[in-house]
Design a protein around this ligand. Structure first.
Ligand code: XBP
Ligand code: MG
Length: 246
């Protein structure tokens, strides 16, 4: 576990699975719509998607899935082209899926974001998802002014290496102009936690839907969400073990 900051200057949020259950309810659904749109008989059910989430990045996930399919194009340029086309198609469909499902933030997220904003704690995003997906989700949750709330937004386009590599977090810290010792992260997945710890950040975990059974060694605290069992506030955010789940 990293040292707990004495004074919190910045909170860095993961997106998928932490801000909202986008993986289960939107990315997976939009991937399936993309398979259909391109005339492929492939579908990712919840169990399959849970396994595939071990691979960070939508295009990388598609390539991994194709590597174990008999009916995928052979390894090489054709397979890469199909993965690119499917990924672009999925990202075009994603905002519509999000809007149709009116996906809410996970419990406590809107409240804690508002509290940090009032207290003058800087907020940033470190995600391995594409910028267009983040923009669609954040505009739906916070409206057109969402970039006034999150001063730094590091996405897949900014960080060449994806989580568990710490690049997204080190970049976010650089752009914030804050040292890791004065910031912390909130994550939902083991690879996200590893990335945050790798950047020297303390990191709390709200388990995502697909990570209920995982271990989170080194997490500052581990809970189901930011409202359960008690509301996580700025006062308790830095307390190791606060609101722990068994
Ligand atoms: C989650 C990811 C992303 C999304 C899909 O990132 O790994 O790949 O599943 O987004 P995080 P793309 O938890 O860091 O937010 O299709 O744009 O990759
Ligand atoms: Mg996540």
């Amino acid at each position: 576990m990293q040292a707990v900051p004495a004074e919190l200057q910045a909170l860095i949020w993961d997106v998928d699975g932490t801000i909202a259950e986008t993986e289960r309810d939107c990315h997976r659904v939009a991937f399936n719509q993309a398979f259909e749109a391109l005339g492929l008989p492939w579908q990712w059910d919840l169990g399959t998607y849970g396994e595939l989430l071990r691979v960070a990045g939508g295009r990388e996930r598609l390539l991994f899935d194709m590597s174990r399919r008999a009916d995928a194009p052979p390894a090489g340029p054709e397979r890469h082209a199909l993965a690119r086309e499917l990924h672009q198609c999925k990202n075009r469909l994603y905002p519509r899926t999000l809007a149709q499902r009116k996906l809410p933030a996970r419990p406590g997220v809107m409240r804690l974001v508002a509290e940090c904003q009032s207290a003058g704690v800087q907020q940033a995003v470190a995600t391995t998802s594409s910028r267009s997906n983040v923009a669609a989700l954040f505009a739906s949750l916070w409206g057109a002014g969402w970039e006034d709330i999150f001063s730094v937004v590091v996405c897949a386009e900014d960080a060449a290496a994806k989580k568990p590599d710490p690049t997204a977090y080190t970049l976010a810290l650089q752009r914030l102009g804050v040292r890791a010792a004065h910031a912390m992260a909130i994550e939902d997945s083991p690879s996200g936690l590893k990335a945050a710890l790798g950047a020297g950040l303390a990191c709390g975990v709200t388990r995502g839907a697909f990570f209920a059974q995982d271990d989170f060694p080194g997490a500052l605290w581990l809970r189901d969400d930011l409202d359960t069992p008690t509301p996580m506030t700025l006062a308790t955010l830095l307390l190791a073990g606060s609101g722990n789940i068994a």
